[in-house]
Design a protein around this ligand. Structure first.
Ligand SMILES: NC(=O)c1ccc[n+]([C@@H]2O[C@H](COP(=O)([O-])OP(=O)(O)OC[C@H]3O[C@@H](n4cnc5c(N)ncnc54)[C@H](OP(=O)(O)O)[C@@H]3O)[C@@H](O)[C@H]2O)c1
Length: 282
């Protein structure tokens, strides 16, 4: 009765959570099959028909259209998955009195001021942020047993992810490329998948509910992270072209400064490290 289901375990973050904690979760996937996974399509399936729901106390939701550009280009599809059918999934979980852990995003913040606290004004500037915020509110209104995590830009050291650290590793180390463009005005508080796993275990094992920012302990510009990376790997001959966020080229409005205050979650006793600390512990 204390098992935990991980919906969307085939995601980038899901893969990492499972590899860090192999026997903890019952995983689901949609198109990308995973070992011991249960196929679950949020648009056509009911989770209570897919798993033996009474065996589970907590359901962690990772499934999403998580690419902000896709949420602009195909608003209809992303709204269906991220909002319409997500609400049906939540209804099913509430009906069965399950604890919901929902992964929201730093992109619900507008990015104008930075160092956001959970109680700050919420004004998402792109569809992805608006869709996630709609679900936050839906969960708060309809469930009494939930934990919402406003997750920061995530990186991993597995080198196989779509995250900035893995991409740089492939770009500079595996492919030996010597020139890169990088935003100098994008500010975030990146968090490692290791830290997400640690925090999630703590929240599940201690039955902690509420709404929390989940981010690394220090904020950086993307350019600062790149410089730390190049220093760590002694890459002294890289030509870095610093540029500014260009919404037209990106295909969506990117909030500029989504750095977060994490005191609410660290006050629970969860220790979250900065990119620099993790990089130098490698
Ligand atoms: N990555 C980040 O930096 C970051 C930052 C903040 C918040 N988040 C949030 O954290 C979560 C995980 O992010 P991620 O980047 O790891 O995600 P991701 O790699 O984009 O994976 C998306 C997941 O959604 C599943 N999915 C898509 N359509 C589905 C459907 N119709 N039915 C059921 N599942 C479906 C996919 O399944 P298949 O692959 O099997 O098709 C996959 O498991 C998301 O909710 C995202 O919004 C991520």
């Amino acid at each position: 009765m204390n098992r935990t289901a991980l919906i969307g375990a085939s995601s980038f973050i899901g893969h990492e959570l499972i590899s860090l904690n192999p026997d903890f979760f019952i995983p689901t996937y949609f198109k990308n099959q995973i070992k011991n996974g249960i196929k679950f399509d949020i648009c056509n399936d009911k989770i209570s028909n897919k798993i033996d729901i009474n065996d589970f106390e907590t359901i962690v939701i990772l499934s999403a259209i998580s690419n902000p550009k896709h949420c602009e280009v195909d608003e209809y599809n992303s709204y269906n998955i991220n909002v319409i059918f997500m609400k049906k999934l939540i209804d099913d979980l509430v009906l069965h009195k399950k604890r919901i852990i929902f992964f929201s995003t730093e992109y619900i913040y507008s990015g104008t001021k930075g160092n956001y606290k959970e109680k700050d004004e919420i004004k998402p500037i792109n569809n992805y942020g608006k869709q996630k915020y709609e679900i936050e509110n839906y969960i708060i209104k309809n469930s009494k047993n939930f934990c919402i995590l406003r997750l920061a830009k995530t990186y991993s050291f597995s080198k196989s992810g779509k995250d900035f650290h893995s991409q740089w590793y492939n770009y500079f180390i595996n492919n030996q490329l010597k020139e890169v463009e990088c935003f100098s005005d994008q500010v975030f508080s990146p968090i490692s998948t290791f830290e997400i796993s640690k925090a999630l275990n703590f929240l599940i094992n201690n039955n902690i509910n509420g709404l929390y920012n989940l981010a690394g302990s220090k904020s950086y510009t993307r350019l600062e992270c790149l410089k730390l990376f190049l220093k760590k790997f002694n890459l002294n001959d890289i030509n870095v072209i610093a540029n500014s966020i260009n919404s037209e080229l990106l295909g969506f409005e990117m909030p500029r400064n989504v750095s977060m205050d994490i005191s609410k979650i660290t006050n629970l006793g969860i220790d979250l490290k900065s990119y620099e600390e993790n990089l130098y512990e490698l």
